[in-house]
Design a binder for this molecule. Structure first.
Ligand code: FAD
Length: 333
């Protein structure tokens, strides 16, 4: 369904809709996959997951940073979450985006912001800081920054997007880093990325196996795909790979029962918990991956109160949803 994917990825990058959505806070079903917009809500969510034996990586949402002031504010907000994690003694670390720290207009500023975050993380018991990967245009900024920081810090890691042809080289390049393995969430051209689910899944499995055999640090296998998860379970068993060498990860609010089941089987499990007002772009990417996630929005939308609360954005989004539904139907034919 490439049309549906293009559509949601397209609106995820719309600055106007992102700003508008920010002004009303997580809603339209996003509140089921975003852990609120107050620190109390976030800590409560982390505590509940920890109680189930699940660790957390927190994403303080925010991608559309346009000037130095906004990038510095984003850094302070990330530090604030780190202080709260430390003060409440919950089991969590951070996932950050370089773009949120200013890399789109000043890579040096983003590097300085990230270094400050890593210095504080060292004080907080070497809290892990993961640099999420974003669209392909930003990949060389991320690898350059990782290369500058990895000698100084042992608690920095990043993400491998299996749809990229380059992913193989990156897995070889960073055996000593904690790496998260994902399929890839953005829309990339065919000269740089695999396009079909079959090709992406095949490369994803190949990269996970290669990584598990060569890694000198933890590998996070981040997927909701039970076929891949079952494959990995069998692979580690057949190859005597210890459970402390890897963990499974899922996004907050998706396949929670399966997540708990896997944690109960004794595997390390980490949930990626987004938090804050900047929910729109994150949520649209989830719809791009799986248009069935629109169920979340429709469930939320049935009450007249929610329409009053969300006003224009809700109307616009449901309008988009209907169009997307029609496109999906059309694309299936
Ligand atoms: C923890 C985490 C961190 C991530 N970080 C990044 C990042 O830094 N950069 C990046 O580009 N991407 C990131 N992603 C997104 C990732 O790249 C994929 O876009 C996303 O995970 C969807 O792919 P999938 O592996 O879950 O499988 P998909 O190919 O989307 O789904 C495969 C199959 O799994 C099942 N399934 C999936 N979701 C559900 C569901 N909700 N309910 C029931 N069945 C379901 C279905 O059978 C489906 O056919 C991250 C994902 C996770 C989980």
């Amino acid at each position: 369904m490439p049309l549906v994917k293009d559509f949601f990825i397209g609106i995820s990058n719309n600055t106007f809709l992102n700003k508008l959505a920010k002004s009303i806070g997580p809603t339209l079903g996003a509140n089921r996959v975003v852990a609120g917009n107050t620190m109390d809500q976030l800590i409560d969510t982390i505590q509940k997951l920890n109680d189930k034996g699940i660790t957390v990586t927190v994403d303080k949402l925010g991608e559309f940073v346009e000037n130095e002031g906004e990038a510095i504010l984003a850094k302070h907000e990330i530090l604030e979450v780190m202080y709260a994690i430390n003060n409440h003694n919950v089991d969590a670390h951070m996932s950050v985006k370089l773009s949120q720290l200013g890399s789109e207009f000043d890579l040096e500023l983003a590097y300085r912001n990230l270094r400050e975050i890593l210095l504080k993380a060292n004080e907080f018991g070497n809290m892990h800081i993961n640099i999420d990967t974003e669209k392909y245009d930003s990949l060389s900024d991320i690898t350059q920054t990782v290369d500058r920081l990895k000698g100084e810090f042992k608690n920095v890691g990043t993400v491998i997007q299996a749809y990229l042809y380059k992913a193989d080289d990156l897995v070889d390049k960073y055996p000593e880093l904690r790496l998260r393995m994902v399929k890839g969430a953005y829309k990339e051209k065919e000269d740089i990325a695999y396009q079909t689910k079959e090709d992406i899944d095949r490369n994803y499995i190949h990269l996970i196996e290669k990584r598990l055999n060569n890694a000198e640090h933890v590998t996070s296998i981040a997927t909701h795909d039970d076929k891949i998860i079952n494959h990995v379970k069998q692979y580690v068993k057949d190859h005597n790979i210890e459970r402390d060498q890897f963990e499974f990860q899922m996004l907050y609010g998706f396949r929670s029962e399966l997540a708990e089941e896997i944690a109960n089987e004794g595997y390390n499990f980490c949930v990626y918990v987004p938090y804050g007002d900047d929910w729109f772009s994150y949520f649209m990417r989830r719809l791009a991956e799986r248009p069935q996630n629109l169920n979340l929005a429709f469930k939320e939308f049935v009450t007249p109160e929610s329409l009053k609360k969300t006003g224009f954005v809700a109307g616009a989004l449901v309008g988009f949803g209907v169009v997307a539904g029609l496109v999906t139907k059309f694309a299936r034919k």
